[in-house]
Design a protein around this ligand. Structure first.
Ligand SMILES: Cc1ncc(COP(=O)(O)O)c(C=O)c1O
Length: 495
């Protein structure tokens, strides 16, 4: 499928698609943004909806005036967009609530809530591929977290091993509170069969919390794939900044029964019916009950607008377009001698979304990322991507070669700053041209490694700095300079 046959030619609809930066050779070129797994670019029309809402801005806790009514309508609409997006229209059964800073806030909140619901079940099973945000909160609030192994062997491991999961559920019968699993990995894009996992969990009385942060922008996700209750996900979490809505809050969709009858996790304004100096009565109304304080209203509405646009485009079409680019990227990268791609690279055997992590033999990931940026304007992420256990697992053969024990308990000794990977990740605006630029950069660096290496010095954190090419961030963007341009008449006060 060429770019013109994508669901809609969307490139121009993204803010900053055309941003240019200078390169070492002095040329100013358009950036190739291949870091969408960290954060996606902003969908302009959704941002505009949020900006236009500001003409009516008011607090959602106000009720009587026009602006308050408008803002409440828009905020409620955003909750409905979230539920529609995951195929739930049953507001008696499911609820959506916005939750502070990204997915992390929702996952911490769920970890606290679910631990309090069933203290007698002290075990959480988390997959080995989880982002720290879907691992550490459970370590903190559950009695014990046990990691579920993956299929296959490193470096081409696959999805969660369902047989191993079932063994764990039987071994710890009656003690597993819930399973925490990502719908897709932020390191390899590998997709987990979350509805099969839900069916297994429910057969053993456990719940399932799905971290969909890396999934929802790339493929359709339904709260239940068949409509059957046993395959229904008990909680889904994601973040607007990975879904073309930077500045929006995190969100969770939860089966209402998991929250009912329990004191809300946070208390404050907007969620109580009656308060005296000695007592308070929390409202029965959802989601207000779970959204203490004034919410990030423009952010939530921006996210709601993105979800609406994506639904209009159809997530199946979004997925199909991305798969074509992903398959090309995987095929071409794995064909280059000296490139090691992590995770099973066969998308027929192991479904994956648009995230590919790799290393170039003999070259530090930090050097690769720096050269791609400085010489080719290709923006990639490098390091361990907040998923140290998974990265250790994938790097096992390389760590063994270095006589490092990847299974040792010492968290610091194993993954030194320069042990990690380079990650290229796709968004709706990604093109063949972006992939060409990445592949050109890789081939060029492999052809002349020493020519590039001598240009860089590595600091103590494993970051590579060009010796002579220095571009300060403020020369490209300085908030104060923008303010001076926008408000030339507002001068700094003398007092
Ligand atoms: C799979 C996954 N889960 C959770 C997170 C944390 O998301 P946030 O930064 O929105 O809290 C990320 C962010 O990279 C992620 O990729």
């Amino acid at each position: 499928m060429s770019d013109s046959t994508r669901p809609v030619n969307l490139k121009k609809h993204f803010i900053a698609f055309d941003t240019c930066y200078p390169l070492v050779n002095g040329r100013l070129t358009r950036r190739h943004y291949l870091d969408s797994a960290a954060s996606t670019l902003a969908l302009r029309c959704a941002r505009q909806v949020a900006d236009e809402l500001l003409a009516h801005y008011a607090n959602t806790h106000s009720q009587a005036h026009f602006s308050a009514r408008i803002v409440n309508h828009a905020y409620d609409w955003s909750h409905r967009q979230v539920l529609n997006f995951v195929g739930s229209t049953d507001t008696e059964r499911h609820l959506a609530c916005f939750s502070g800073t990204g997915s992390t806030a929702s996952l911490n909140r769920l970890a606290r809530i679910l631990a309090a619901q069933r203290p007698e079940r002290g075990i959480v099973l988390a997959s080995l591929m989880e982002h720290h945000s879907n691992d550490l909160p459970h370590r903190k609030y559950a009695g014990q977290v046990i990691h579920i192994p993956l299929m296959g062997t490193a470096p081409i491991s696959g999805a969660v091993d369902l047989a191993a999961l079932e063994r764990l559920l039987k071994q710890y019968a009656g003690r597993v509170n819930y399973i925490a699993v990502s719908a897709a990995s932020n390191v390899t894009g590998i997709v987990n069969p979350v509805h099969d996992i839900a069916a297994l969990a429910h057969a053993h009385g456990a719940w399932v919390v799905v971290d969909a942060s890396q999934f929802v922008a790339h493929a359709p996700l339904a709260i239940s794939d068949t409509g059957a209750a046993e395959r229904e996900l008990d909680a889904i979490v994601f973040s607007g900044h990975k879904l073309y809505a930077p500045g929006s809050p995190g969100v969770m969709v939860v089966r209402r029964a998991l929250l009912e009858g329990q004191e809300p996790d946070e208390l404050g304004g907007g969620m109580v019916d009656e308060v005296s100096v000695s007592d308070y009565r929390v409202t029965d109304r959802f989601p207000d009950r779970e959204e203490a304080g004034t919410p990030n209203i423009p952010g939530a509405v921006q996210l709601g607008a993105v979800l609406n646009v994506l639904q209009r485009m159809g997530m199946k079409a979004v997925h199909a377009a991305e798969q074509r680019l992903l398959r090309r990227l995987l095929a071409e990268l794995t064909a280059i001698p000296g490139v090691r791609v992590y995770g099973d690279p066969d998308p027929e055997r192991t479904p994956r979304l648009g995230v590919v992590s790799f290393n170039l033999a003999g070259l530090e990931h930090g050097l690769v990322a720096a050269v791609l940026n400085d010489y080719h304007n290709v923006a990639v992420r490098n390091g361990c991507f907040c998923a140290h256990p998974y990265v250790r697992e994938l790097l096992k053969p390389e760590l063994w070669e270095l006589e490092i024990d990847p299974d040792a308990d010492d968290a610091d000794a194993l993954i030194e700053p320069w042990r990690g990977m380079v990650r290229a990740s796709l968004g709706l605006y990604s093109t063949d041209e972006d992939i060409d630029a990445l592949l050109t950069g890789i081939r060029e660096l492999q052809a002349h490694p020493e020519k590039y290496r001598v240009q860089y010095r590595m600091d103590r954190n494993g970051h590579f700095h060009h010796q002579t090419f220095k571009v300060s961030p403020e020369s490209l963007f300085d908030p104060e300079a923008v303010l001076n341009r926008l408000c030339p008449d507002v001068k700094p006060s003398l007092n």
